[in-house]
Ligand binder design. Structure first.
Ligand code: FAD
Ligand code: DHB
Length: 391
């Protein structure tokens, strides 16, 4: 098979890239190990920052987002006995949207299917070849068991944290930076109306807790737990009790309403960046190049921002023979990647209990400053609501 751009991974990065390229007349083929249903039903991110919403709207993907997503002006930050609202719109003129990654994925799949996009789901044995030539290729076994070779002008690795693309950069040329955090998140999805109008991020002596949501009838909540946590040790009652304590049930009359839990899982937390994000005719985008801990709600947004930079770079390279944006892609993308990596590390460090009381006092001092100083609040708001793509 021959195409212009071979895309590995049909997650948000891969599918959005295919969409943006097609809008400029550049054909691509996507290969994906999982089934279409599996990819679309993975419960992951829930918050879209301002630039992500702008980009999705500009790409013709904003209709359901505008109808069914919920615009939030800011977040609540709290610790025992205190809850403060940060209004991002007042502070920066930018808001965020609650719209699940599952919904973004469904919109992308529908748009690509309507356009006749070629996506090979349930492939195996994906391998990358000849990346330092102008005819790189991807080999794989398709869902019927047939071996295939896809020859392209460019290969893009959008294959997330476990895919083969990042390892295809020679070991002598790649650098990795990593931080593993000494705690995880236990996340639940529950069929109950959210007990809050906007997200609550809570510092508590027992550990961090967060109240997020997916819709008027579905809540998403998280608890900080130790790294070796077995989800079987957390009954629904134990989870709701811990959430009530940490989120301040009863504080100033606020009530947390529990409900039926429909999904429950433990998420490890780490920061990871691999540089450069380009090698020869291979480009990396999204989780294939970088992972952030979820506290700053940045993972999906960073994947979208990478693709927002990469699509015009590939259009120039393949459509006009102009390599300037492609040559600058890694450096340009990494500026934002490191900004979001810092913000995610900072939010994580400010809100999670380490067990050390000196750390706790520093965290509380930082929280008091961020919620009482306009300069402190604006810094958080600017990063959370998102800097412009290409900053
Ligand atoms: P992915 O969505 O991971 O897509 C990569 C795709 O590549 C996958 O579909 C995978 O199956 C495919 N693939 C892998 N290997 C191969 C191969 N060999 N051949 C072909 N295809 C392959 N972010 C937030 O902002 N907020 C959150 O609350 C949040 N929660 C998360 C919870 C979990 C459990 C996880 C794992 C991530 C979470 N994230 C969150 C991060 C966010 O979901 C990711 O940053 C986002 O999905 C990145 O998109 P992507 O397209 O780069 O990668
Ligand atoms: C969600 C996840 C996050 O990591 C976050 O910071 C905000 C919201 C969510 O799943 O809704």
């Amino acid at each position: 098979m021959r195409t212009r751009v071979a895309i590995i991974g049909a997650g948000p990065a891969g599918m959005l890239l295919a969409h943006l390229l097609a809008a400029e007349g550049i054909e691509s083929v996507v290969v994906e190990t999982r089934s279409e249903e599996y990819v679309a039903s993975r419960i992951r991110a829930g918050i879209l920052e301002h630039s992500t919403v702008d980009l999705l709207r500009a790409a013709g993907l904003g209709e359901r987002l505008d109808r069914e997503g919920h615009e939030h002006r800011g977040i609540y930050l709290q610790w025992p006995e205190e809850r403060h609202h940060l209004d991002f719109v007042d502070l920066t003129g930018r808001s965020v949207f609650v719209y699940g990654q599952t919904e973004v994925q469904k919109d992308l799949v529908a748009a690509r299917r309507a356009a006749g996009q070629s996506v090979h789901y349930e492939v195996a044995d994906t391998a990358l070849h000849d990346l330092e030539t102008d005819h790189p290729s991807v080999t794989f076994t398709d869902s019927t068991g047939r071996p295939r070779r896809l020859v392209a002008d460019v290969v893009v690795g959008c294959d997330g944290s476990f895919g083969p693309s990042r390892g295809a950069v020679p070991a002598s040329l790649r650098r990795t930076s990593e931080r593993v955090y000494p705690y995880s998140w236990l996340g639940i999805l529950a069929d109950v109306a959210p007990s809050t109008d906007e997200l609550i991020y809570a510092w508590h002596d027992d550990g961090f807790a967060m109240h997020s949501m997916r819709s008027a009838t579905v809540s998403r909540l998280y608890l900080q737990v130790p790294n070796d946590t077995d989800v079987a040790d957390w009954s629904d009652d134990r989870i709701w009790d811990a959430l009530a304590t940490r989120l301040g049930h009863g504080q100033d009359g606020w009530q947390l309403t529990p409900g039926p839990v429909t999904e429950k899982s433990v998420l490890p937390m780490r920061s990871f960046v691999q540089t450069p994000m380009r090698h020869g005719r291979l480009f990396l985008a999204g989780d294939a190049a970088h992972i952030v801990p979820p506290t700053g709600a940045k993972g999906l947004n960073l994947a979208v921002a990478d693709v927002g930079l990469l699509a015009p770079a590939l259009v120039d390279l393949l459509g006009r023979g102009d390599a300037r944006l492609a040559d600058a892609y890694s450096d340009t993308a990494l500026r934002r990647v490191w900004r979001c990596t810092h913000f995610s590390w900072w939010m994580t460090s400010m809100l999670h209990r380490s067990g050390d009381d000196f750390d706790a006092q520093l965290q509380l001092s930082q929280l008091r400053w961020v919620t009482s100083s306009e300069a402190g609040a604006t810094g958080l708001a600017e990063n959370y609501a998102g800097l412009p793509i290409g900053m």
